[in-house]
Write a protein that binds this ligand. Structure first.
Ligand code: ZN
Length: 215
């Protein structure tokens, strides 16, 4: 997993305390900024710490007011900053209806504002190689948890490392190395085994199974 930060902007439940804001968690993964829940006061919690980033996506866990009331003020703050990039709000069934009912409070926004109802099991794929998956949690009424799931990144075959690995053996680099794919093994008669992971570039190996062998 690369380039991931999680900032707990609010960890109080139902009512804020002097030291804790209402629920909100900011996740930055690659170039994406995702906020999970947006309790009352989340703007100030962010401003006094990491700053009020131009969020791309907001995920609501459920519709109890302590988990979303801060969103109304936040979207207006974005408008006052002449935001132009879209903001998408995801949530359990009924989120569209809930935000629709707030339309008179939110008013006109200078940027695209989209609200999408999710179903448990829905998975949203993001460009940076991860997805967010919604799953049911036990609470009063429908409520979701969200899993940030890293997509498999098997790495790229590194011919130089493969050659170096074989250099000390009696094996000869040849065309058979060229088509190696991450989950493939090719038969080369030798008592010497080299693990496939030793021939993958280290900077993009991600989660690599070490079960494969290439020689
Ligand atoms: Zn609740």
């Amino acid at each position: 997993m690369t380039d991931l930060s999680v900032f707990f902007a609010g960890t109080a439940g139902s009512v804020p305390t002097a030291r804790r804001g209402l629920p909100a968690v900011l996740v930055r993964r690659g170039g994406a900024r995702l906020l999970f829940d947006c309790g009352e006061g989340t703007q100030r919690q962010l401003l006094r710490s990491v700053g009020l980033a131009d969020l791309d996506y907001v995920f609501l866990t459920h519709h109890h007011v302590d988990h979303w009331l801060g969103l109304l003020g936040m979207v207006k703050s974005f408008a006052l900053r002449d935001r132009e990039q879209p903001l998408v709000v995801y949530g359990p069934p009924g989120t569209e209806k809930l935000m629709g009912a707030m339309g008179g409070v939110i008013g006109r926004l200078p940027y695209p504002f989209e609200v999408v109802d999710l179903a448990a099991g829905d998975a949203l794929d993001f460009d940076d190689g991860f997805s967010v998956e919604a799953f049911n949690v036990r609470h009063r009424g429908t409520a979701f948890g969200y899993a940030l799931v890293e997509q498999a990144r098997p790495g790229r075959f590194d011919a130089e490392r493969a050659a170096a690995s074989l250099a000390s053996s009696s094996l000869v680099c040849g065309p058979a190395l060229a088509p190696i794919e991450p989950e493939m093994s090719i038969p080369i008669t030798s008592a010497r085994l080299a693990r496939r992971r030793s021939c993958l570039r280290s900077n993009d190996t991600g989660e690599i199974s070490s079960s494969g062998v290439f020689a």
